[in-house]
Design a protein around this ligand. Structure first.
Ligand code: HGY
Ligand code: MN
Ligand code: MN
Length: 415
């Protein structure tokens, strides 16, 4: 089998869709929300199901020390594998496609090539990286960051979660504290297929995005300490209200990014007030700030503007403010030759595509540190993601997987 017949093959779309639905039913919480949060029992259940499918495909299973799971189709001449994959951990109240689609489509690519008698020049590996979402342990994209050498594995394993758990203990508890050293496979290339999670492809009516860049990400946790006092007897002028101060930060962020540039975004996703009682002025506010921008200097400006605002705020509101950095990743440029392969593969199948920047963080941005990497996007209905209403049309899911198939075949056939 060689590349001439590269686009006569197609993945088994029915099996891919069935597995997406099946995995989407694994890991719901007591409120019925999909929550395969990293290193929880729900995550274990999803991992176990994925490993089962990998074994059925006859792949060698490897797990590294940060819990990244690899399905390896070994045996080729050249030792450096073509790597595909993404993550299967989710946020809370997640959709069923974010991450999971890239892992299951990667597995489908291997199964399709095996069934077609394709003999790859290189091993092909499908990977599910640990803790891409960062919902329990910061930073996000942690498993791929450790794999790429951007974070020490011991430091990562010692990370304390939002629930007080320790990642290394949890990975051991769920049976995924592996023995391979992160980075044990040096990819020839890494291609990640993912839903766009934004509105662009659907708005412009295109089935494929060739992702060439990924924006910068800044995560911080802010703690504001004021004074608890009586909600009824304390005059407004005498309050040291941590809740009011937090509210001013939230509106400052929105005003700052909307004033500065259409592409900048700011989110306060977590907010906790203490003592959280209706008639007590909050003594403490703890919240997270997620700032993102495709432009590194603009992102730095936003961080600096926030820091200045917090200094002024602490004086005006007579509160004490402390900030903890949780994650900081500069914008990433993907491999130009790989992006062109994605565009060409789509075009050969009659699928129009456009170049894009990813608004979301992805494992590809970390693996880009150690190997040529790029991403393929498919449309998200109404741009919705991190939400059970996340949806991509079956024909778009199949088309994206076929483009991945063709790119992988090209990479495995070329010297
Ligand atoms: O935060 C992100 O963009 C990704 O979903 N972890
Ligand atoms: Mn994702
Ligand atoms: Mn996500």
């Amino acid at each position: 089998m060689n590349t001439r017949s590269v686009n006569t093959l197609s993945i088994d779309a029915g099996r891919l869709l069935g597995r997406l639905q099946e995995l989407g039913r694994i890991g719901h919480d007591e409120q019925g929300r999909l929550a395969r949060v990293a290193a929880t029992d729900a995550d274990k259940a999803g991992r176990d199901r994925l490993v089962g499918w990998m074994k059925e495909a006859g792949l060698e299973i490897a797990v590294d020390r940060i819990g990244n799971v690899f399905g390896i189709w070994a045996g080729a001449a050249d030792p450096r594998p073509v790597m595909v994959g993404s993550h299967i951990d989710t946020v809370v109240n997640a959709g069923i496609y974010d991450g999971t689609y890239g892992v299951l489509a990667g597995l489908a690519v291997i199964e399709t090539l095996q069934a077609a008698g394709f003999v790859p020049r290189r091993p092909i590996v499908v990977v599910a990286f640990t803790n891409e979402e960062g919902a329990r342990y910061a930073p996000d994209m942690m498993g791929s960051l450790v794999y790429a050498g951007g974070l020490g594995v011991e430091e990562a394993l010692a990370t304390v979660g939002t629930d007080g758990s320790v990642l290394g203990e949890e990975l051991a508890r769920i049976g995924y504290a592996g023995d391979r050293e992160p980075g044990f496979l040096k990819p020839h290339a890494y291609v990640e297929l993912h839903i766009e999670q934004g509105p662009i492809l659907e708005q412009v009516g295109l089935p494929i995005g060739a992702v060439e860049t990924l924006q910068g990400i800044s995560w911080q946790r802010v703690t504001i300490k004021g004074t608890a006092n009586h909600a009824g007897t304390t005059p407004m002028s005498m309050r040291r209200d941590a809740g009011q101060a937090a509210a001013r930060v939230m509106t400052f962020l929105r005003d700052h990014v909307t004033r500065s540039h259409a592409q900048s975004v700011a989110t306060v996703g977590c907010l906790r007030l203490e003592p959280d009682v209706i008639n007590v002025i909050p003594s403490r506010a703890t919240f997270t700030v997620d700032l993102r921008d495709p432009d590194e200097s603009r992102l730095r400006d936003a961080e600096a503007a926030l820091a200045r605002f917090l200094d002024e705020l602490s004086v005006e509101e007579q509160v004490r403010i402390s900030v903890e950095r949780l994650a900081r990743f500069e914008p990433v440029l993907f491999d130009e030759a790989l992006v062109e392969r994605i565009e060409e593969a789509a075009s050969r199948r009659g699928l129009p595509s456009r170049r894009m920047t990813s608004g979301a963080g992805h494992d590809a941005q970390m693996i880009a540190r150690i190997a040529p990497s790029a991403m393929i996007f498919v449309p998200s209905h109404q741009g919705i993601s991190h939400n059970p209403r996340e949806h991509t049309e079956p024909q778009d899911l199949a088309a994206g997987a076929d483009v991945l198939l063709d790119v992988v075949m090209q990479l495995c056939a070329a010297p």
